[in-house]
Write a protein of this length. Structure first.
Ligand code: NDP
Length: 249
């Protein structure tokens, strides 16, 4: 029997597009209460209105740059009371910037990737775990990447951040053995979202070229697997999931 997570509170970072947005739809369909986090508040508010119209679930939006650790630390106590008991934390916000070779890495881009993909997850996890442990229920899902298992030319920093995230997630799972908290690492392959447009800094034709020659994953493909992991019976922990496009090189 799948675990019934209706009325569980789910916080998703990076809910303003791509995987995070698709997850919001899946969790809303499952009857969850949602906390949607990203920098682009207009996107979150429009998503909130659509979700509420379609599924009549409670949705709270938070405009937050996850690199702001002081704000992340305060987030649990700043959520309205009815959204404060976060049961599922999905650390999904993340990005790649540029495709520079090691000798040309831009340090500002590197810091942005490290802070967004790694430091923020460390802080979000710390901020929300205390409540989960107190209530005896919780699930942390980290969206890493195929780049967290393999490394490729032109992706030294991004691959390093995702390897770090994968390792952090594994260690968190070990730390939480003996508690009811589950930890899941999802590693997607190439999926068509705004990810490439961000990576190529707005160059649409370079972004489109990434998906040429094979059918990429969709955001919904990843959302399906996140929902699957979260709805396994409580004694089952999907620790690690690599989800690739079938014909991805
Ligand atoms: P998108 O670019 O579509 O979404 C990224 C999300 O992260 C946006 O909602 C963005 O919101 C948010 N975000 C980025 N920086 C910040 C920040 N500083 N503070 C708060 N939110 C932030 O890409 P995807 O949906 O594809 O990416 C989601 C995750 O999946 C990322 O971690 C990415 O590394 C990973 N991934 C993606 C793959 C792909 O091929 N698409 C493959 C493997 C992993 P906003 O700009 O509004 O803040």
């Amino acid at each position: 029997q799948p675990l019934n997570i209706s009325e569980w509170t789910v916080l998703i970072t990076g809910a303003s597009s791509g995987f995070g947005e698709a997850m919001a739809w899946r969790f809303a369909e499952a009857g969850c209460r949602l906390v949607l986090v990203a920098r682009r508040l207009d996107r979150l508010e429009s998503l909130r209105d659509q979700l509420q119209f379609t599924y009549h679930v409670p949705v709270h939006t938070v405009q937050l740059d996850v690199r702001n650790i002081a704000e992340v630390d305060l987030l649990p106590q700043q959520l309205p009371e009815s959204f404060a008991n976060v049961d599922i934390l999905v650390n999904n916000a993340g990005l790649a910037l540029g495709t520079a070779s090691v000798q040309d890495n831009n340090i500002d881009d590197a810091i942005t990737m490290i802070e967004t993909n790694v430091t923020s997850v460390i802080a979000m996890t710390r901020a929300f775990l205390a409540g989960m442990l107190e209530r005896g229920r919780g699930h942390i899902v980290n969206i890493s990447s195929n780049a967290g298992r393999e490394a490729y030319a032109g992706g030294s920093v991004y691959c390093a951040t995702k390897h770090a995230l994968t390792a952090f997630t594994t260690a968190a799972r070990h730390d939480l053995v003996g508690t009811p908290i589950r930890v899941t690492c999802i590693s997607p392959g190439a999926a068509q979202t705004e990810f490439s447009l961000v990576r190529y800094k707005g160059d649409q034709s370079a972004a489109d070229a990434v998906y040429r020659g094979f059918e990429p994953l969709s955001a919904e493909d990843i959302a399906d697997n996140v929902l699957y992991a979260c709805t396994r019976p409580e004694h089952v922990q999907i620790a690690d999931m690599l989800v690739l496009a079938t014909n991805q090189a």
